[in-house]
Design a protein around this ligand. Structure first.
Ligand SMILES: Nc1ncnc2c1ncn2[C@@H]1O[C@H](COP(=O)(O)OP(=O)(O)OP(=O)(O)O)[C@@H](O)[C@H]1O
Length: 285
């Protein structure tokens, strides 16, 4: 399995923020969720990948090519959707199709109308008159219709209702089924990522905390809720982060703790991605 996207030691600084030495790779046929709290650097990273901002250091390869030197064909194989409408507001569904079929060689009109129908997008109104969720959906349909190999999505699911989110997640699963296509998508809705992601990349304050297989992430970590006195007795070697709460302590620990902890009062749970993210971001490490 080769990598569709490779990010090596990427740094980018703004006056009050720095993306620091971020490295990770997205293999073919996989969905990667990019997580982090507001201002962590997700959009900065995505804009760096897309060469929309100039990075200070590092290198980024898409389809094995340096991201600033993509051929026209390679650019066609890239689908990008932001959390805002990037299509002309005055055009309706048919007019969008008429415009984009001239731009993309691989535009697939049949696919376009079939996803429009699947996503229940109103076809007679212009984009500008659509709801925010429908606007995002049309942007996603356009991105899918030129048969990209890599989809990059920045926080798009937050604008969709739960039923439509499920529809879209099913489309994502179908999209990567051929094991050639991949998706990098940032989201605050970590349950969506629990459903579809193969990998999770977590950045906090511009630093990469981890980029790893989702199943390993959930298997390797334990969540502990216990009294302060119980927490005091635990071997801290295995504690990744913890937070003092009014009714005790909540902690994230390595799965290895289970083998060494003989305290029967301690209850181990499988953490959610959100619990992992919040404890690492807000807890004591
Ligand atoms: N053009 C810019 N000039 C200066 N600072 C910037 C610029 N763009 C982003 N930043 C800063 O970089 C930091 C990271 O922002 P970024 O948008 O990448 O975060 P994010 O993780 O995508 O956040 P959110 O979840 O809120 O979308 C923020 O502190 C932001 O203010």
């Amino acid at each position: 399995m080769s990598n569709i996207l490779e990010i090596n030691n990427v740094s980018k600084s703004y006056q009050n923020f720095m993306l620091q030495n971020v490295s990770f790779a997205l293999p073919e046929g996989c969905i990667m969720g990019l997580i982090g709290i507001n201002g962590a650097g997700k959009t900065t990273l995505i804009n760096s990948v897309l060469n929309l901002i100039r990075i200070d250091q590092g290198d980024i390869k898409i389809f094995g090519m340096e991201h600033g030197n993509l051929t026209t064909d390679a650019k066609e194989k890239l689908g990008v959707v932001y959390d805002e409408n990037c299509l002309p507001e005055g055009l309706n569904i048919k007019e969008i199709c008429n415009v984009f079929c001239r731009i993309y060689k691989s535009w697939d009109e049949k696919l376009y109308y079939s996803i429009i129908e699947k996503m229940e997008i109103p076809s007679s109104v212009s984009i500008g008159k659509m709801s925010r969720g429908n606007k995002i959906k049309v942007n996603l349909v356009v991105a899918l219709t030129h048969h990209p190999r890599l989809l990059i999505l920045d926080e798009i699911t937050a604008s969709l209702d739960p039923i439509m989110r499920n529809n879209v997640l099913a489309i994502f699963r179908e999209f990567v089924q051929d094991e050639k296509n991949s998706i990098l998508f940032s989201s605050h809705i970590t349950t969506d990522l629990e459903n579809v992601a193969d990998y999770i990349t977590f950045i906090d304050n511009g630093k990469l905390i981890f980029s790893m297989n989702k199943d390993s992430l959930l298997d390797d970590n334990l969540l502990i809720r216990c009294k302060e006195s119980e927490f005091a007795r635990l071997d801290k070697t295995f504690i990744t982060a913890y937070e003092n709460k009014p009714n005790g302590v909540i902690a994230l620990a390595s799965n290895q703790l289970k083998q060494y902890c003989l305290d029967e009062l301690i209850n181990f749970e499988e953490p959610t991605i959100e619990e992992i993210m919040l404890l690492i971001t807000k807890g004591v490490r």
